[in-house]
Design a protein around this ligand. Structure first.
Ligand SMILES: *Cc1c(COP(=O)(O)O)cnc(C)c1O
Length: 509
């Protein structure tokens, strides 16, 4: 089975902008609902193709203000049956297309066409995962999909989990269960209550300098305060340094503080750096802390025979975040949260009389309510289920390997270019680099400027970030290769386009 990506299809055929006369108030349920949807879906597909053709590149050219004005004008026009086509074409023309080889800034993947179609089925059926009687089959399917994902991570059958909106929510859940579990042990509090005791010891979370910003946000939301996060220094490859983690944990113990969690990252957002997972688990265990592994990006490596060994010891984590809307080619959202022991979920359990009465549960009408922070919730596991059975684990692994190959080709092109400087070899499918102007003092300005130049010209979407630390000279460009259908030659062209934009930018300063 070839992997058809949704964006690729819209590039390949132009079509007439058909309008539809279907009654605006038709509903999508049942047999008649499918009939009402058919002309609308055809109109959407035509408008997507029209919009992509009008854009003609990875992102619309022009200044942000011009785009805003175009959208505001179209939105202000009086509507009717053509609103769907008109506005779909508008957003397609005004989109950043992750299927375009020139679009390589973020962990923003082109979704598989089959996953998009699966998501359409779910949108039309509109099940909600908070009670059995709103989602009989998808309740079962989510449980089964999570079972396979837990096995992929290497978890025992005691594992449990839930589909989430993404790494941000999964990280919050991991740290919430860490807080409740460690505090329960430290204070002997009741199991079924979540939260902080009246006078908490200063609790600490240990995360590297390169960890995702959602750690701090989670610490704030959990009432621990952003300052509860201890920043652990990284090495040149942006991996957490185990000696520094050991030192920070000792210092925490020396001050009488409570080490809640070691938050390790398997695949940092910028470079795919993988923290030493085994050392993190050892040190956390030694200090009675929870281990959470944020594998929102790097979890995809588990699909690849070649890259999976990089994630050795991930199964020792108490909880894990995975994002199938990154290296998984799903339309957002397809976040996954897993815990090694289902009983860790105790503090999230909820009995809501209208959703999961005890006698219903005893009679076999089980609900997923107590596994999620949310109430109403889409069955995002369905598109993953369809993808798994369409491509198979092997098929997905080949997509991961293809993107890894592209990153290596891109890094080689950077290394071969006299004006480009590679930060480090790609671990997964991304790498950092920069344009080196004749005057090194101008490096940050030139690199920041060349990226906006490419956006303005509508020619490429390249990432930009900064290395950890202080002071100037830390701005870096980033390529994140997530389109397995891109060729190495296209990635090399993109690298050369960046170098040419750097030269043009340098000349204006
Ligand atoms: C993307 C990412 C997140 C955030 O995930 P969302 O799905 O955007 O909420 C967290 N951690 C890492 C390492 C990521 O790459």
């Amino acid at each position: 089975m070839t992997a058809t990506l949704a964006g690729d299809g819209s590039r390949s055929h132009g079509a007439s902008g058909m309008t539809t006369s279907t009654a605006a108030s038709a509903l999508s349920g049942g047999v008649s609902g499918a009939a009402a949807l058919e002309p609308l879906v055809r109109a959407v597909l035509d408008a997507l193709a029209e919009g992509a053709a009008r854009r003609g590149g990875p992102i619309p050219a022009g200044a942000p203000g011009e785009l805003f004005a175009r959208v505001a004008q179209a939105f202000a026009e009086p509507g009717g049956d053509d609103a769907l086509s008109r506005l779909t074409e508008l957003v397609a023309a005004g989109s950043a297309d992750p299927a375009d080889p020139g679009c390589a800034a973020h962990l923003h993947c082109p979704p598989l066409a089959v996953a998009v179609a699966a998501d359409l089925a779910i949108t039309a059926l509109n099940p909600s995962q908070d009670s059995w009687d709103q989602a009989p089959a998808t309740t079962a399917l989510e449980t089964l999909v999570l079972g396979e994902l837990a096995e992929l991570v290497g978890y025992p059958p005691t594992a449990a989990g839930v589909l989430t909106s993404g790494g941000t929510e999964s990280n919050l859940m991991g740290l919430m269960l860490a807080r409740d579990s460690v505090l329960r042990r430290a204070t002997g509090r009741r199991v079924e209550r979540s939260g902080l005791p009246a006078s908490p010891q200063q609790a600490r979370i240990f995360a590297s300098e390169a960890a995702h910003f959602s750690v701090r946000r989670a610490a704030a939301l959990l009432g621990l305060g952003e300052d509860a996060v201890v920043t652990v220094p990284v090495d040149h490859e942006l991996r957490m340094r185990p000696d520094e983690l050991a030192r920070a944990l000792r210092e925490c113990a020396g001050l009488g503080e409570l080490p809640l969690a070691v938050f390790a990252t398997a695949g940092t957002t910028d470079t795919g750096a993988i923290d030493p997972l085994g050392a993190c688990a050892d040190l956390a265990a030694e200090h009675g802390a929870w281990t959470h592994v944020d594998a929102a990006y790097g979890g995809g490596a588990l699909l690849s025979d070649r890259l999976a060994p990089l994630l050795a010891d991930i199964e020792r984590a108490d909880s894990v975040s995975l994002d199938w809307h990154k290296l998984g080619w799903q339309p957002a959202a397809a976040g996954v949260f897993l815990v090694r022991r289902a009983e860790s979920y105790a503090s999230l359990a909820r009995r809501a009389a209208y959703l999961n009465p005890a006698d219903d549960e005893e009679a076999g009408y089980s609900s997923l309510l107590g596994l999620s922070l949310r109430t109403t919730r889409r069955p995002d596991a369905f598109k993953i289920a369809v993808t798994l059975r369409t491509l198979g684990w092997d098929g997905l692994g080949r997509l991961v390997d293809a993107c890894h190959d592209l990153a290596r080709a891109g890094a080689a092109a950077v290394r071969a270019h006299p004006r480009l400087e590679l930060h480090a070899d790609p671990v997964l499918t991304a790498f950092l680099f920069r344009y080196a102007p004749a005057d090194p003092a101008l490096a940050d300005r030139v690199n920041a400027g060349l990226r906006r130049r490419l956006l303005r010209e509508g020619r490429a979407v390249v990432g930009r970030t900064e290395l950890p630390g202080e002071g100037p000279g830390r701005v870096r460009l980033k390529l994140t290769l997530l389109n397995p259908n891109t060729t190495a030659a296209e990635v090399e062209r993109l690298v050369h386009l960046v170098a040419a934009a750097g030269q043009a930018e340098e000349e204006t300063l």
